[in-house]
Design a protein around this ligand. Structure first.
Ligand SMILES: CCC/C=C/C(=O)SCCNC(=O)CCNC(=O)[C@H](O)C(C)(C)COP(=O)([O-])OP(=O)([O-])OC[C@H]1O[C@@H](n2cnc3c(N)ncnc32)[C@H](O)[C@@H]1OP(=O)([O-])[O-]
Length: 303
C-alpha cells in the first residue's frame, strides 16, 4: 500500500519547520464562551459551538479546541455528533465552518492521538477520522469553509470536503496536505479529495512535496475559491451561502452526490482494510520516531 512507501524516507521534518424553512429569528446552539487559555483542551467544555439562524436556515459551526483545533478523538466525536444533528434537522440547509482560535483554522489530526498509543486506540481514532470525512463529504447541506487561519493536513482535508472555501488573505497562513513532511502518507481518500479539488497533476506535486500553500498560491491552484480580508470572512461566507441556497436543494444535492459518490463508495467499501493499514503503519517504530521528532520540533520552534 501507499503508506508503506513512507518507510523509505527519513522524515522531512526539518524542512517543514521553517439544509426547509424556518420561523422566527432566534439563534440556537450550544453557546459557550471561547476559552482564552492557550493550552491543550482536556476540559469538558464544548469543542464545537453551533449558532443556528433559523430565518436563513444556516448554522455557523465554530471549532474551539484550543490551542490549535487539532482533531482529537474527542473533538471528532463531538464534531460528528453536532453535524449529524444539523443534517437531521430539515430546517438547516447550510453550514459555515470556521475557527474560534486565533491564526489557526485547524492544525490537522492531533498528533498525540497517533503517538505512543495502542493499536486499538489508533484504530478507534482512525475510524473517527473516516467518519468525519464521510459525514462532511456526503452532506446534503451546503458547507462553506471560512478558513480564518492556517489549515495544514487534516485541516486542509476538512476544508476540501466543503462545497466552497473562503480563506483569510493573510500571507502568514498556509494550507495544504503536508503529511510527507512528517514522514507519513496521506491515504487514498485524502489524495482523491485533493484530486477532485485541484486536479491530478497539481495533487501529485503537492502530495509528494507535502506542500503548504500561502492563501494567494492556494487561490491560484484552486485549493481555495476566494480570498478576503479576515474581518470580512463570515460576511462573505454568509453572502456566498445565500447564492448557493437559491438553487433548489434536490437538484444541487443530486449533482453533489454525482460528483462525490465514487470516492465515498470507495472508502465505504474499504473502511476496515483502511483502518488496519493505518494502524499497522502508524505503530511502526520508525514512524513513531518521526512523529516524536516532529512533536519535539513543534515545541522547540515555540521556545
Ligand atoms: C496518515 C495520517 C494523516 C495525517 C494527517 C494529519 O493531519 S497529521 C497533522 C499534521 N499537522 C501539522 O503538521 C501542523 C503542525 N502544527 C503547526 O504547524 C502549527 O502548530 C500551526 C501553524 C498550525 C499553528 O502555529 P502556532 O504558532 O499558532 O501554534 P504552535 O505551533 O505554537 O502550537 C501550539 C501547541 O499546539 C501543538 N500542536 C500543533 N499542531 C498540533 C497537532 N497537529 N497535533 C497535536 N498538537 C499540535 C504544539 O505542539 C504546541 O503545543 P505546546 O507546546 O503548547 O504543548
Amino acid at each position: 500500500m501507499a503508506l508503506r512507501g513512507a518507510f523509505r524516507t527519513r522524515c522531512g521534518l526539518l524542512s517543514l519547520l521553517s439544509q426547509r424553512l424556518p420561523h422566527g429569528n432566534h439563534v440556537r446552539g450550544c453557546v459557550s464562551p471561547f476559552l482564552s487559555t492557550h493550552r491543550r483542551n482536556n476540559s469538558t467544555a464544548p469543542k464545537i459551538k453551533v449558532d443556528f439562524d433559523q430565518t436563513a436556515g444556516v448554522s455557523i459551526m465554530t471549532l474551539q479546541n484550543p490551542p490549535v483545533n487539532s482533531l482529537s478523538l474527542d473533538f471528532l466525536t463531538e464534531f460528528c455528533s453536532a453535524l449529524e444533528k444539523l443534517e437531521m434537522d430539515k430546517s438547516c440547509r447550510g453550514v459555515i465552518l470556521t475557527s474560534g482560535q486565533p491564526k489557526v483554522f485547524s492544525a490537522g489530526l492531533d498528533i498525540m492521538e497517533m503517538y505512543g498509543k495502542s493499536p486499538e486506540r489508533c484504530g478507534e481514532f482512525w475510524r473517527a477520522v473516516q467518519e468525519m470525512w464521510l459525514k462532511l463529504y456526503s452532506s446534503n447541506m451546503v458547507i462553506i469553509a471560512a478558513i480564518n487561519g492556517s489549515s495544514p493536513a487534516g485541516g486542509c482535508l476538512m476544508s476540501m470536503t466543503c462545497d466552497y472555501r473562503i480563506m483569510a488573505d493573510n500571507p502568514r497562513y498556509s494550507i495544504g496536505l503536508n503529511e510527507t513532511q512528517l514522514g507519513i502518507v496521506a491515504p487514498f481518500w485524502f489524495k482523491e479529495t485533493m484530486v477532485n479539488t485541484v486536479g491530478h497533476r497539481t495533487t501529485e506535486i503537492a502530495l509528494q512535496l507535502g506542500q503548504l500553500y500561502s492563501p494567494t498560491e492556494a487561490l491560484d491552484i484552486g485549493l481555495v475559491d476566494k480570498l478576503v480580508p479576515e474581518d470580512q470572512i463570515i460576511t462573505t461566507a454568509t453572502q456566498t451561502m445565500t447564492k448557493w441556497l437559491a438553487v433548489p436543494d434536490h437538484a444541487r444535492q443530486i449533482t453533489k452526490s454525482m460528483m462525490r459518490k465514487p470516492t465515498i463508495d470507495k472508502l465505504m467499501s474499504k473502511r476496515e482494510p483502511d483502518i488496519q493499514n493505518f494502524v499497522s503503519f502508524i505503530t511502526k517504530d520508525p514512524i513513531q520516531k518521526s512523529l516524536g521528532l516532529y512533536l519535539a520540533m513543534l515545541k522547540k520552534r515555540k521556545s
